[in-house]
Design a protein around this ligand. Structure first.
Ligand SMILES: Nc1ncnc2c1ncn2[C@@H]1O[C@H](COP(=O)(O)OP(=O)(O)OP(=O)(O)O)[C@@H](O)[C@H]1O
Length: 241
């Protein structure tokens, strides 16, 4: 994968094999291309006019850049952003939004999806008595877990997370990290994080990005204990970034 914003190249020959039902973390200094690469995985960069991409992203034997069904792709590959971006509507309606858009109208069925998704995001007990109240009345950490529930409601295979805990306090961060650890039995999770301890705690594999390239990609244990590249070692020991 090579990616340009206009004339400026942001990704250089990035090639990664990402395993299903694992947590893969992308780490690296600011501006090195982590979010850009993450967004290529569900074609979110298509929304930016200047973007040019060469290469392939193959999911389930299909190059997603050759298939035109972007809606189907984004159902399969969901996304959670850095800041919770709930709609100004009830908790229930936020989670039911995607399924409704996909034509599910049956109340019983929607109730089931909403409950299962909120349970899956480990927030059901906290919100079950206030489903009809505004989602924006929840704490930041709760809102982020409702965003995860909203992603789960679409029954994706892959969930992309772009610094999902960077706006959260340590306790909410811990809850989201525990949730990610539980979720990997059902989903493939790819997470961009600025927090190396977080990558070390929750991921199976880690890719270290630098200046638009992947310098090193291996099991998280190996990358943090015996980095193969001097630049990885310098980064993880805090010599730069
Ligand atoms: N919409 C855009 N238009 C032009 N250039 C962009 C755009 N988005 C990102 N870039 C540039 O692409 C490069 C990679 O940015 P990207 O956001 O992917 O890095 P990152 O590693 O995720 O950084 P951070 O950790 O700060 O979020 C940067 O030089 C950035 O300025």
């Amino acid at each position: 994968m090579n990616l340009f914003y206009g004339e400026k190249q942001a990704l250089y020959s990035v090639s990664l094999d990402i395993k299903e039902k694992e947590v893969t973390a992308f780490i690296g200094p600011s501006g090195c291309g982590k979010s850009t690469f993450l967004r290529t995985l569900n074609r979110m960069n298509d929304l930016i006019d200047s973007v040019k991409i060469s290469g392939k992203v193959i999911i389930d034997n299909e190059n997603i850049y050759e298939s035109s069904d972007v809606i189907k792709l984004r159902t399969k590959v969901g996304m959670v952003f850095q800041k919770a971006n709930l709609f100004p509507m009830s908790i229930y309606d936020n989670v039911a939004y995607g399924p409704r858009m996909h034509g599910i109208k049956n109340k019983k069925e929607l109730n089931k999806i909403v409950e299962e998704s909120l349970r899956g995001a480990a927030i059901w007990d906290e919100v079950k008595d206030r489903l009809k109240t505004s989602a924006l009345g929840l704490s930041g950490g709760q809102q982020q877990r409702v965003c995860i529930a909203r992603a789960i409601a679409m029954k994706p295979d892959v969930i992309l997370m772009d610094e999902p805990t960077s706006a959260l306090d340590p306790i909410s961060t811990l809850k989201v990290e525990e949730l990610i650890a539980q979720m990997k039995k059902d989903y493939t999770i790819i997470i961009v994080t600025h927090n190396m301890q977080q990558a070390a705690r929750i991921s199976d594999k880690t890719a270290f990005f630098l200046n638009g390239e992947v310098v090193e990609y291996s099991s998280t244990d190996k990358l943090f204990s015996v980095p193969q590249d001097k630049r990885t070692e310098d980064y993880i020991t805090g010599r730069f970034g």
